[in-house]
Design a binder for this molecule. Structure first.
Ligand SMILES: NC(=O)c1ccc[n+]([C@@H]2O[C@H](COP(=O)([O-])OP(=O)(O)OC[C@H]3O[C@@H](n4cnc5c(N)ncnc54)[C@H](O)[C@@H]3O)[C@@H](O)[C@H]2O)c1
Length: 311
């Protein structure tokens, strides 16, 4: 009997984030089968053809348009679909519209009756992950979002550039909401094992405004080119890689907190073990008092939107 090879489905695969994630997964050969689903049929067909041509020197990676009915147990479904803000639409109206889109996508996944992993990318990612989890009926280990991974990626690159050290040696996280209330857990940042303050060349100036600088950088990219997608495309490859391994990676994804850090019934970005078993929040990450407070505040911002949505 032929074994089913794990596939990654990208719902919203015709869009910038979905297509960039598909391209990154394909050329890094993270999986051999990438399936794009999108309501924009011409766009998604063109993206699949174009990305497929980028696989010329891989060992047999295939990128194609597909359908929900192709899903099998164990597959990974990355959700990047969304509708852009209309003029005069409030932030909450936009969230309600996108929550409706996500509910219909999850309905389509649910109909297949397969135990898949769902990785939310669409914004607001924390709120939409909550909606997806409640709607899917899947275990909480199987439904999570990219959380503050992109923010964390920006932290790694920013600190590496400031300290003139390789990004791979920067260990630390931005946590909380993927949004304005996120915060860097600087008390725990290590550079090659050294506490930040002990790293040669470090001055308090290097981190004085780092959270604001990183937020501003995101707005600046959007102002300059309307969307961001390369950073998040790479984040998706990190998550998919982690889901394929027995040994856990620790990533700042967002998933349902039920008591961890005193948080209940809210989805928020926290250091999390991600492996072939799915996700489990790392409960004993040592935040200092100020960071604990920032986490509580940030989670409250997310919870307020969830309450407004009436899910
Ligand atoms: N979590 C993060 O860190 C992060 C980073 C960047 C962008 N994003 C989010 O990713 C999302 C996508 O951004 P983008 O720039 O790719 O937008 P985009 O408009 O280029 O792509 C969205 C795609 O979704 C498709 N779509 C809409 N409704 C659909 C449905 N019901 N089923 C299938 N496909 C559907 C559209 O046809 C479109 O191709 C946005 O919500 C954005 O805010 C998240």
């Amino acid at each position: 009997m032929m074994m089913h090879k794990r596939s990654v489905f990208i719902v919203g695969g015709g869009g910038m984030v979905g297509a960039t994630a598909a391209h990154a997964l394909a050329i890094k050969e993270v999986v051999s089968n990438v399936v794009l689903i999108d309501v924009a049929e011409d766009l998604v067909r063109g993206q699949a053809m174009d990305i497929n041509h980028a696989t010329a020197y891989t060992h047999g990676v295939h990128v194609h348009v597909g359908d929900y009915s192709d899903m099998q147990d164990g597959d990974i479904v990355v959700i990047t679909c969304g509708v852009p803000q209309k003029d005069a639409q409030s932030r909450l109206e936009l969230i309600e519209t996108n929550a409706g889109v996500i509910r219909s996508v999850i309905g389509n996944i649910k109909k297949q009756g397969k135990e898949v992993f769902i990785v939310m990318v669409s914004n607001p990612v924390d709120v939409l992950t909550y909606v997806a989890l409640k709607e899917s009926g899947l275990p909480k280990s199987h439904v999570f979002g990219t959380g503050t991974m992109l923010d964390t990626a920006r932290l790694r690159v920013t600190l590496a550039n400031k300290l003139n050290v390789s990004q791979r040696h920067v260990d630390g996280y931005i946590l909380g909401e993927h949004g304005d209330s996120s915060f860097p857990a600087l008390s725990q940042v290590r550079i090659g094992g050294l506490p930040l303050a002990d790293f040669p060349g470090y001055t308090a100036n290097a981190t004085a405004h780092i959270a604001d600088d990183i937020r501003k950088a995101a707005y600046e990219i959007i102002e300059a080119k309307k969307a961001t997608y390369y950073g998040i495309g790479n984040v998706v490859t990190q998550v998919v890689e982690a889901l394929q391994r027995d040994a856990a990676s620790i990533l700042s994804v967002c998933s349902l907190a039920e008591g961890e850090y005193g948080l209940r019934d809210v989805v928020v970005g926290l250091p999390t073990l991600v492996s072939s078993e799915g996700v489990r929040i790392l409960d004993n990450y040592p935040l200092d008092d100020a960071e604990q407070q920032q986490l509580q505040k940030s989670a409250a911002v997310i919870r307020e939107v969830i309450d407004q949505l009436n899910t």
